[in-house]
Design a protein around this ligand. Sequence first.
Ligand SMILES: Cc1cc2nc3c(=O)[nH]c(=O)nc-3n(C[C@H](O)[C@H](O)[C@H](O)COP(=O)(O)OP(=O)(O)OC[C@H]3O[C@@H](n4cnc5c(N)ncnc54)[C@H](O)[C@@H]3O)c2cc1C
Length: 315
Amino acid sequence: MPAPIEFDVLVVGSGASGLAAAVSAKRGGARVALVAKDAVQSCNSAKAQGGIQAAFGEDDSPEQHAEDVWKSSHETADRRLVEVLTGEAPDAIHWLEEHGVEFTRENGGYRLARCGGSSRKRLLQVGDRTGHAITKALRDWVESSEIEVFPKSPLTELIQRPNGWRASCGEHVIDAGAVVLAAGGRCFRIAEERGELTTNHPGATGEVTQIAVDLGAETRDYDALQYHPNGGAWPPAMQGYSIPETTRACWPTAARTSSSTTPVSRRTAREATPGSPRQSSTRSAAWLASRTSRRKRVAAARSSSRSSASGAWTR
Ligand SMILES: Cc1cc2nc3c(=O)[nH]c(=O)nc-3n(C[C@H](O)[C@H](O)[C@H](O)COP(=O)(O)OP(=O)(O)OC[C@H]3O[C@@H](n4cnc5c(N)ncnc54)[C@H](O)[C@@H]3O)c2cc1C
């Protein structure tokens, strides 16, 4: 075993949550290590295009935001967490700005878009690359600080010790007083197992969640997966490409029928792309998926999933 390296805080994961945790711990004066499974750039956060919500509109408030989230959850969310999320969202936006994120502005304020489930315009964006802009700014901050970064160092084992934790991360053994697990979800692995399409990055495999569960962490809605209705299905090079939610505003039929689960209809998709040939990649995802050799496996997996829906991409 290599000699353990010591830190105050070990952060596992280099998505937005891991980067933000590392920056916060460093600013608090800790000696921080950040490990990533693959390249530090590889994460779902960088793929997020749609945007990030906070109540900044004149007709909006954190209370209204909380009400919308509560309704969107069909009143199943934890209200305390919803209040933290919506109450702290404006400060989180300012925190990101302080660390170099430049949200798109218009008329002297933020440009706010409307998005699914919200009764007010409250979606902030950085052009159409919001997640990329957030992770890039935080990564630049991390890389210019004394935070020690270990790419290609997946966490495989975490053992509790009298004064903290011992973590096996690739070739490294790291001892830390506190460990932040920010390794994202498992939709890439689940999609592979089910033969479904996914917009996730290949590192979204969920083994860190399992490590946490094995150590006694509690879970909530663990069986639920997010499904996204629009994405690339054909040609193969387009598989996994996410078509953002805002696109649905241009595709009325899709917007009407979709509650994050229904694919764009073939006719609507074709009409939304003037001049597109009939046999083109604008054909509906459902239609295309139905032609793939994966059809039977997809159908079998769907019938056993409570959150699955025909023609959707795990996300
Ligand atoms: C295509 C797409 C578009 C999206 N659009 C939006 C949007 O517009 N707005 C929105 O709010 N949300 C959006 N989301 C959801 C959002 O991106 C995620 O909820 C968010 O990025 C999760 O952040 P995270 O830091 O928890 O995980 P991630 O960003 O996935 O980061 C996880 C990190 O952990 C690392 N990791 C995994 N396993 C290990 C291991 N064993 N050891 C070490 N490191 C490990 C990964 O390599 C990665 O660096 C979108 C998601 C996708 C896929």
